[in-house]
Design a protein around this ligand. Structure first.
Ligand SMILES: Nc1ncnc2c1ncn2[C@@H]1O[C@H](COP(=O)(O)OP(=O)(O)O)[C@@H](O)[C@H]1O
Ligand SMILES: [Mg+2]
Length: 366
């Protein structure tokens, strides 16, 4: 299994210098509000390509008021080897990665670790606009297919260029053709990867404990069927060129897709479920994600669960902890007090976070 065996945060938000030594067991991070627990999980989330769990920029993260930049150093262990990972940002520049001391592309992180998370702000994704659900689906997809990050970036880059032409009312067929071919190629990869990810999630959910409800997931599109064929995608873009020019942006493609979820036992759309049920659906999906990743990929995932336990009754807490221990993944869980995790007493590492002179301080608490 893969796990983080050491983690050092330097000038990372509320942390000036915080160091942790860990084994592969789950990690419980507890402490009062505002002490810096989520900040730790955010740091771990940056061990994967793409935006971290707060979707923050590098300059948001740098510790204020000093604002001298920040660094995360970690060791990632697996059965055969150990990697030294260092991620840093200076002068507000986007983050750089050093692997075993050598500069590397951030995309490389996807080959070392798979990280999935659940944070309180995601509780609202079922009732809010499509972008939150799409981001959630893409994060899940990325965990199965690390190349999804690069493909999505390539798609967005070509689309931005096309949107610029549309806005400036430029009529240059060659230019559009080239961009649309590039977009179509990546659009098809994006949709195929999303559909496959949904399939993996569905399969894995059927093996979950009955304490968590099954979510039926479906990739949908507001006004057309999902295109998974390159020629059709090229055609659709070409056809919409004229109307897109009036809009000044691209109106078809994977950037419009939505994730539909149905609470299976009740045949109710997630958006119509109670808040508790919506949360339970998210947990089911994340557990299914971790479960199928552990099975499908040869990299076991790291699961970040921010403030999840507080919303569960004791029975569901126990079910969650049992699933996590059964999976044998390094799950990082936060909560305000250790009593939320008493059931994990001997099965996890407990870390207490407090604030001393305005700076986060960590102590091992076993
Ligand atoms: N860039 C930053 N520099 C210094 N402190 C920060 C920065 N960003 C956030 N913080 C502080 O971090 C604290 C919140 O940390 P967080 O991890 O969210 O707390 P919690 O323990 O409740 O999860 C707040 O006190 C906030 O002011
Ligand atoms: Mg928090």
């Amino acid at each position: 299994m893969e796990y983080i065996s050491s983690l050092t945060l330097s000038h990372f938000r509320s942390h000036k210098i915080s160091k942790l030594l860990l084994d592969g067991r789950p990690v419980v991070v507890f402490g009062k509000n505002g002490t810096g627990k989520t900040n730790i999980l955010e740091a771990v989330s940056l061990f994967s390509p793409g935006r971290g769990l707060r979707r923050a920029t590098a300059s948001d993260i740098t510790r204020k008021p000093e604002a001298i930049g920040w660094k995360i150093e970690g060791k990632v262990k697996n059965r055969i080897s150990e990697y030294e990972v260092s991620i840093c940002s200076t002068n507000g520049e986007s983050r750089s990665l050093f692997l075993d001391g050598k500069k590397a592309s951030i995309m490389k992180l996807g080959q070392i670790l798979r990280i999935v998370w659940l944070v309180p702000s995601m509780d609202r994704i079922w009732i809010e606009g499509t972008s939150g659900r799409r981001q959630f689906l893409d994060r899940l997809t990325l965990s199965y297919f690390p190349e999804h990050a690069e493909v999505s970036l390539a798609y967005e880059k070509a689309m931005r260029e096309r949107n610029r032409l549309l806005k400036e009312k430029i009529h240059n067929d060659h230019w559009y053709n080239a961009l649309e071919i590039e977009m179509a190629k990546n659009a098809v990869s994006i949709q195929k990867a999303r559909i496959k990810a949904i399939k993996y999630l569905s399969e894995a959910q059927s093996h979950l404990t009955e304490k968590f409800p099954k979510a039926e997931l479906l990739l949908i599109d507001p006004d057309q069927i999902i295109i998974t064929n390159e020629e059709e995608a090229v055609e659709a873009l070409k056809e919409s060129r004229r109307s897109d020019m009036i809009l000044g942006r691209t109106s078809v493609g994977p950037h419009k897709s939505d994730l539909q979820a149905v609470y299976a036992d009740k045949s109710t759309l997630a958006k119509d479920c109670s808040t508790g049920e919506q949360k339970a659906l998210l947990i089911s999906i994340i557990l299914a994600n971790a479960k199928s990743l552990a099975k499908i990929s040869d990299i076991s995932p790291i699961v970040l669960l921010d403030e999840v336990s507080a919303h569960l009754d004791v029975e569901r807490q126990a079910a969650l902890y049992n699933e996590i221990c059964k999976l044998g993944v390094q799950a990082w869980m936060t909560g305000t007090g250790p009593e939320l995790f008493s059931d994990l007493r001997n099965r996890a590492q407990f870390i207490e976070v407090s604030t001393i002179d305005g700076v986060s301080a960590l102590s091992l608490s076993n």
